[in-house]
Design a protein around this ligand. Structure first.
Ligand code: Q9C
Ligand code: ZN
Length: 668
């Protein structure tokens, strides 16, 4: 499996700028690049990446998308006077040329293609191209929105051709609609394009009807263009994460791409003078973390917009940190999407329901955007960038940069120890056996004489103490009786003062259901449901899942529809995952679940596994130690109607309490 994160950067791409006065274009400055790079340096991230040399794109590559006539126009700007440059620029919408624009545009595209080659050849697992000019607005015959060549669209065509790919996903998290990319792949089912964008019912640039949610693609490409228009400014972390859970990710997993490209614009981040949204920098860690679970981690990002320099630098850094595999910083803010965001999400899901089986059985109706139509603030007040500066400065001080820590492994005394990654430590201390016996006796008298069990509980308790003082990142404990160990562990964690533990129990547990019900833990059980009964409490959830576990899995459906929104809504301090018996999800599903849940609780996670499952243990170790991002969790299949309907009952019971579960503005 490939490892490493590539970084493409060359300061030569700072050698063009706006040469005349133009309020619309003045924000696209050379410093965008140096600030991004210097912030990465400041956090020590540049040294940890693999530097890739930049190159010029060839004419053949440029014309994968652009017409030769347009190429000649761009070429001709090299020798133009300022006056001629201005005249040429005026032929396009929000574009400007400089004598170095052509050279830089060739480097920006060439750099993006270098990244694709490095990822596709396995030289690295993922990477970021810090480039300018941006690309996603440019069209076969047009420069548009500061973009000259469509870097990401050409990268997709290039990858398709050179590596014979059948399915590529393009995620456009820039705050503008990448209409250029939409036009290029509109009728192409091999490229799934997702864009969210500030829209305000068409009153925001580029003011196109085709940016609305009902542009789903054309001909064979119907269903492969996903637009999520934001009809209000001020969208937050909760809105963005909800959009990923309820719109992008289910379709992306059903699509199962072989490569993911990101039009990574950071004008969707807080403080941006264009976007006026409120997502904070760590939100980009979460978006990146989620996307790493597709296409065996093959993820290429290319910079698009981002005009608030401080916000841009911090958000880029958060992205790269996550590409490198560092623990994901907690997502801040209230986990409650705006009504306007839910309306957009509901409509996007509705128009795509005919094309995607994962949406087909869900309730979807169109909704009039009553919360915003006519009343939205079409021109938000310009906030002083220095106010945003101060906010971001403070915010970055407040949020913890979890430092990479080791993974702890607990084996019963004398148990078999599999081969482990180098950053995994094996717990060799133990709580005194009287203490272990006392902890165990709360739940069972039966095993008090079992030396193996008492010994493994002793070690588990020692490991948990280390946990709460922040000495380990996460922990996997192998136990002769995982059900019992789960109860002992949860009780101990609560005794130590933990306030919110998200407890996922997979399969059946041969213990009574005497978990607390006071909010200190949220219990989620996933099983076939033969013996499990739903408990009427907002702190006890039940996913009844009995899809036959074959080659392909549909487990992504409850993951994004229920489990992750629940976890993100609860905002736990720690995740506990227990693998019981008679499970109805596969080991691969457990690995995907575990890996995704590392995005919550700063990665603090405890996994409990039966002694007789060395393979699951070893794989979980790799995931927890961060040696997994090259794992292929696919192939996937859509869920059956029965499973969707089972989940719906639970959803209706829970969505008022856990707001990220909502993906309807209103039930009809
Ligand atoms: N007041 C990119 O982010 N101006 N291009 C819109 C609305 C054009 C953005 C004006 C913005 C172009 C790559
Ligand atoms: Zn943009």
């Amino acid at each position: 499996m490939a490892s490493g994160t590539a970084l493409v950067y060359d300061e030569e791409m700072m050698s063009y700028e706006l040469l005349w006065e133009d309020l619309e274009c003045e924000i696209e400055v050379p410093d965008r690049l140096s600030v991004s790079y210097n912030t990465l340096k400041h956090y020590g991230l540049v040294e940890r990446c693999v530097p890739l040399p930049i190159r010029e794109a060839t004419e053949e590559e440029i014309t994968l998308v652009h017409s030769s006539e347009y190429l000649e126009i761009v070429k001709s700007t090299q020798t133009m006077s300022t006056e001629e440059l201005k005249k040429t620029s005026d032929n396009f919408n929000a574009a400007f040329f400089h004598p170095n624009s052509y050279r830089c545009a060739k480097l920006a595209l060439g750099g993006t293609l270098q990244l694709v080659d490095a990822v596709m050849s396995g030289q690295v697992r993922n990477g970021l191209a810090l480039v300018r000019p941006p690309g996603h607005h440019s069209q076969p015959k047009e420069s548009n929105g500061f973009c000259v060549f469509n870097n990401v669209a050409i990268a997709a065509k290039y990858a398709k051709k050179k590596y014979n790919l059948q399915r590529i996903l393009i995620v456009d998290w820039d705050i503008h609609h990448g209409q250029g990319i939409q036009y290029i792949f509109e009728d192409d089912p091999s490229v799934l394009y997702f864009s969210w964008h500030r829209y305000e019912h068409g009153s925001y640039w580029p003011n196109l009807d085709e940016s609305d949610y009902d542009s789903v693609g054309k001909g064979k490409g119907m269903g492969y263009n996903i637009n999520l228009p934001w009809n209000q400014v001020g969208m937050t972390n909760a809105d963005y994460i909800a959009a990923f859970f309820h719109v992008l990710l289910p379709m992306a997993f059903e699509f199962n791409p072989e490569l993911v490209l990101v039009s990574a614009g950071y004008d969707s981040s807080i403080g941006d003078p264009e976007g006026h949204m409120r997502a904070t920098p760590e939100c980009f860690s979460h978006l990146t973390h989620l996307l790493k679970h597709l296409s065996a981690g093959k993820l290429c990002l290319a910079l698009e917009g981002g005009y608030h320099l401080r916000s841009l630098g911090e958000s880029v850094s958060m992205t790269v940190r996550t590409l490198l595999g560092d623990p994901v910083t907690k997502l801040t803010g209230e986990m409650k999407p705006w009504l306007s965001a839910l309306e957009s999400i509901q409509n996007a899901r509705h128009v795509h329901a005919p094309y995607w089986k994962c949406l087909m059985h869900d309730e979807t109706t169109l909704i009039q955007d009553l919360s915003t139509r006519g009343s939205c603030s079409s021109s938000p007040l310009r906030t002083d960038p220095s106010i945003a500066d101060r906010f971001i400065e403070n915010h970055m001080k407040k949020i913890l940069h979890a430092i990479p820590k080791s993974t702890n492994c607990v084996f019963p005394p004398g148990g078999h120890i599999p081969s482990l990654p180098s950053n995994v430590e094996v717990e060799n201390r133990s709580a005194p056996s009287e203490i272990a016996t006392a902890a165990l006796s709360v739940f069972s008298q039966e095993h008090l004489g079992n030396e193996n069990m008492v010994g493994s509980v002793g070690r588990l308790l020692a490991a948990l103490d280390k946990f709460t003082i922040g000495q380990t990142r996460n922990c996997i404990a192998v136990s002769p009786f995982p059900s019992l160990s789960t109860q002992v562990a949860l009780q101990h964690l609560l005794n130590l003062g933990m306030e919110r533990v998200f407890c996922v129990i997979i399969g059946e547990m041969d213990t009574k259901n005497d978990f607390p019900d006071n909010g200190t833990s949220l219990i989620l059980r996933i099983s076939g449901g033969s013996t499990t009964k739903r408990i009427d409490s907002k702190y006890h959830c039940f996913v009844k899942w009995n899809e036959s576990t074959g080659e392909s899995s549909s487990f992504f459906y409850p993951l994004f529809r229920f489990i992750l929104p629940l976890a993100y809504s609860y905002q736990p301090e720690l995740i506990l995952i227990a693998a019981g018996c008679d499970r109805t999800i596969s080991n691969k599903d457990i690995l995907l679940l575990t890996s995704l849940l590392q995005g919550v609780a700063e990665g603090a996670l405890l996994a409990l596994v039966q002694e007789s499952e060395p393979e699951l243990t070893e794989n979980l170790c790799n995931i927890l130690a961060g040696c997994n991002s090259g794992m292929d969790f696919g192939p996937f299949k859509p869920p059956t109607e029965e499973c969707v309907l089972n989940l719906k009952k639970e959803l209706i019971a829970m969505e008022e309490e856990w707001k990220l579960l909502k993906c309807l503005a209103r039930r009809s």
